[in-house]
Design a protein around this ligand. Structure first.
Ligand SMILES: Cc1cc2nc3c(=O)[nH]c(=O)nc-3n(C[C@H](O)[C@H](O)[C@H](O)COP(=O)(O)OP(=O)(O)OC[C@H]3O[C@@H](n4cnc5c(N)ncnc54)[C@H](O)[C@@H]3O)c2cc1C
Length: 365
């Protein structure tokens, strides 16, 4: 059994194996580049000085050890689903009978904006935190991406003075032609727009692009900028498209409601790397988290030689809590919106509870 990627869904699989043992004496390997998973939901809070840098970490190495899973710190560079083999970035080959993929998506900054030494992609999130932490205090920063990630980062950077020395940064948000928070209710968009205005964050409703070394919003130059932070959504890894697994038009691995590959039943996938064929789902951590227990049950069945039968039925509405960096947050639930300090307290409670659950399982809390 091979787990490829230590993402949010695989954390639930490891938890299941710690609680109930590895299914049917299986031998399992977790292939992932880092011994920790950084929880992206707490990164804006770290920038705004509400969390310590290492507050939002899941200890994959200890979870794997307690689940009796061999940890291989490397990355998948290719998968041959018919030969049942993975080739890693360092050239090793790992054979498997059943495999599950939860590697997340990849950054799209350079592909969408162009190259620039100031460009920092939020994916992978661990690299993003390392690069941001290494920068001196910023005075002018451009955030590209009008989705929830970009909005939260703009708020966080605007409030970064508390934990990183220097004057507050001037933050510009380039939301793109689709505007702020596509897919969110009007009531949520209104509250977010008002909060951005209140905090003095300029919003551009044009696409960002780097032209001749300058960061532009449409035809308007946003220079000078010390950093360009890109939160532009996920791209599918190239190895997924090259694998022969069924993928959607964007290259994400097609799965059904059991998180099972539609082309290769011995392969499962969850989180941002997967695309459900029965309904379209946003690439969002909540789906990786909620799919986790379903995936764990179905991997257990597959290893027992039984047909996987659990299905993940995403709710039509999910609760999103956007940290505004100033001590408050904005909640979105379907058509409903709410705002206040209590929303941030709720966000911190939910985030810390999720992290604490895995710290307890790893025996470090
Ligand atoms: C700033 C920000 C804030 C966000 N806040 C929220 C939020 O509040 N709520 C929410 O629902 N979503 C949020 N998101 C989105 C969320 O981060 C992603 O949807 C979520 O992380 C996807 O989980 P995943 O399990 O698919 O992958 P990931 O969490 O990306 O985990 C992938 C894992 O696979 C490993 N890996 C990567 N490549 C390979 C490879 N080739 N081989 C092996 N292993 C590999 C990685 O090291 C990592 O351990 C936010 C995103 C950003 C950028």
């Amino acid at each position: 059994m091979l787990l490829i990627g230590g993402g949010h869904a695989h954390v639930a699989v490891l938890a299941d194996w710690i609680r109930r043992g590895l299914p049917h004496g299986a031998r399992a390997v977790l292939l992932t580049p880092q011994p920790i998973l950084r929880y992206s939901g707490m990164v804006p809070g770290w920038i705004a000085g509400q969390h310590a840098r290492d507050d939002g970490l899941v200890d994959l190495a200890t979870l794997a050890q307690r689940a009796r899973v061999e940890l291989v710190l490397d990355r998948c560079a290719g998968i041959d689903p018919d030969a049942r083999r993975v080739t890693t970035a360092s050239g090793d080959v790992i054979a498997f009978d059943v495999a599950s993929i939860d590697t997340g998506g990849e950054g799209r900054a350079a592909a969408l904006l162009g190259d620039d030494p100031r460009l920092i992609d939020v994916r992978p999130i661990g690299g993003f935190v390392d690069r941001l932490a290494a920068l001196p205090a910023l005075t002018r920063v451009v955030v590209a991406g009008g989705g929830a990630g970009g909005v939260e980062l703009a708020f966080a950077l605007n409030n970064q003075a508390g934990n990183r020395a220097g004057a507050p940064a001037e933050v510009v948000l380039v939301a793109g032609e689709d505007g702020l928070l596509p897919g969110f209710a009007t009531a949520v968009k209104r509250r977010v727009a008002r909060a951005l205005e209140r905090q003095g964050i300029a919003v551009h409703h044009a696409n960002a692009l780097i032209v001749g070394g300058a960061i532009m919003a449409g035809n308007e130059s946003l220079e000078p900028a010390e950093a360009i932070i890109a939160a532009l959504g996920s791209a599918a890894p190239a190895w997924a498209r090259a694998s022969g697994l069924a993928v959607d038009a964007a290259g994400f691995i097609e799965v059904d409601a059991r998180q099972q590959s539609t082309s290769h039943p011995h392969i499962f996938a969850a989180g941002d790397v997967a695309a459900r064929t029965d309904r379209s789902l946003a690439h969002s951590g909540v789906h990786a988290v909620f799919a986790g227990p379903v995936l764990a049950a179905n991997l257990r069945s597959a290893l027992a030689g039984e047909a996987p039968h659990k299905t993940y039925h995403p709710r039509w509405n999910n609760l999103y809590l956007m940290n505004t960096g100033d001590g408050g947050a904005i909640a979105s639930y379907g058509p409903l919106a709410a705002e206040g300090r209590w929303v941030l307290r709720l966000k911190h409670w939910i985030d810390k509870r999720w992290i604490a659950k895995y710290a307890v399982l790893a025996g470090v809390a």
